[in-house]
Design a binder for this molecule. Structure first.
Ligand SMILES: Nc1ncnc2c1ncn2[C@@H]1O[C@H](COP(=O)(O)OP(=O)(O)OP(=O)(O)O)[C@@H](O)[C@H]1O
Ligand SMILES: [Mg+2]
Length: 153
């Protein structure tokens, strides 16, 4: 994010609101895109990406386990292959290359804990920073995607 860019804030009053945001992002995705989800433990990063993958595949029952131990889980979708990364346990960018990061970047990548990407962090990404605002309320600060972010307001 450039220092001049102010994130767009979206109130996610409940889980359906998070699912609705995920569905809009899903419609806008194309190969080469990166969506980076930031926020503390339990903020809803996996929940957001689960909803996104279910929307993308039009399969509300799609199994989307949190890849906290495998670090990456890949899906075939009508928008092309999608790779869901959870980098909480990543040791460093070298480990990321072993996970197939460079090939995955030709497809769509969804990343939890993108802070771990360090110098490999994509500059053109959509970043969604989730914060808690109550038991089931969240706030999402969206930045990046200057050509498409207006669709997410
Ligand atoms: N509006 C909401 N949006 C997203 N999740 C919500 C919302 N309201 C409640 N939740 C709940 O908050 C929890 C979020 O857990 P989730 O595993 O998605 O967090 P996470 O950010 O991926 O955590 P971690 O850093 O451990 O991977 C889930 O139990 C989800 O049902
Ligand atoms: Mg998670």
């Amino acid at each position: 994010m450039s220092v001049f860019e102010t994130p767009i804030r979206v109130d996610l009053a409940d889980l359906p609101a998070t699912e609705a945001l995920a569905a809009i992002v899903a419609c806008l995705l194309r190969p080469g895109d990166a969506v980076l989800a930031e926020g503390p433990l339990g903020a809803g990063k996996s929940t957001l990406f689960r909803a996104l993958l279910r929307s993308l595949t039009a399969d509300p029952a799609l199994e989307v386990p949190s890849p906290s131990y495998t670090l990456v889980q890949s899906y075939d979708t009508p928008a092309g292959p999608v790779h869901h990364f959870d980098l909480w346990r990543l040791d460093g960018p070298a480990g990321l290359l072993e996970l197939g990061w460079e090939d995955a970047r030709c497809d769509i990548v969804l990343v939890e804990w993108p802070e771990r990407l360090e110098h490999l962090r994509p500059t053109e990404a959509l970043t969604i920073r989730l914060g808690n605002a109550g038991e089931s309320a969240r706030l999402a600060d969206l930045s990046g995607w200057p050509d498409r972010i207006g669709r997410l307001r």
